[in-house]
Ligand binder design. Structure first.
Ligand SMILES: [Zn+2]
Length: 208
């Protein structure tokens, strides 16, 4: 199972819309295996097929330590609710991250590796990962969601050693460094995240 090269911005394939999978064959299963190995190797949260140069609607996500690497075939968001701002990065933008607007909850449907139809209600990192990866399949990148006044920032050295596809460490700018440690979002509550962002004066328009 080879580790695939991950395409980086501005590779034009990242801007192409992936095509729906019509048959789950050996080729697709091999792709999923390779994407899983690639994601594991990159220590990322999610990887979409576009990122390895394949225009098929499939992504692999592992949003929590307890969760297995899961393949989502033809994933589609049916419903989303709520708004939050999170620090996000992408394996196709090594060493960069920025604040983006995401939903609190998403309901999605997809096919699993055996072709089973699955419907899930996702929150926290999984909902963010689904939004991020389904965006990829539509040629949309996280930089498209950056808040107007936010610029893409170069991640700190401490982040470079652990570049995640969806990097949720709250790495507030230097002047607040002493107040907030980098934490994985999965380990803290939403309220803590909001508070951290408010205090850092990044969240100017808390909604809801
Ligand atoms: Zn990405």
């Amino acid at each position: 199972m080879p580790i695939l090269p991950i395409l980086t911005f501005p590779n034009s394939i990242l801007r192409k819309k992936a095509k729906p999978v019509s048959v789950i064959d050996r080729e697709l299963k091999d792709l999923i295996k390779d994407m899983t190995e690639t994601l594991k190797h990159a220590e990322g949260v999610g990887l979409a097929a576009n990122q390895v140069g394949v225009l098929k609607r499939v992504c692999v996500i592992k949003a929590s330590p307890e969760e297995e690497y899961t393949a989502y075939i033809n994933p589609e968001i049916l419903k989303k609710s709520g708004t939050r701002y999170v620090q996000e990065g992408c394996l196709s933008f090594p060493e960069y991250n920025g604040i983006v607007k995401r939903s609190l909850n998403v309901t999605a449907k997809y096919l699993d590796k055996s072709g089973g139809k699955i419907k899930i209600d996702a929150k926290e990192l999984l909902s963010q990962a689904l939004e991020h990866e389904i965006d990829h399949l539509n040629g949309i990148l996280f930089i498209d969601h950056l808040k107007d006044h936010e610029k893409l920032s170069k991640a700190g050295k401490e982040n470079i050693t652990h570049t995640h596809d969806i990097d949720l460490s709250i790495n507030i700018d230097k002047k607040n460094k002493d107040k907030f440690d980098s934490k994985l979002y999965t380990k803290i509550g939403l309220d803590d995240l909001k508070l951290a962002l408010e205090r850092a004066d990044i969240l100017k328009e808390v909604e809801g």
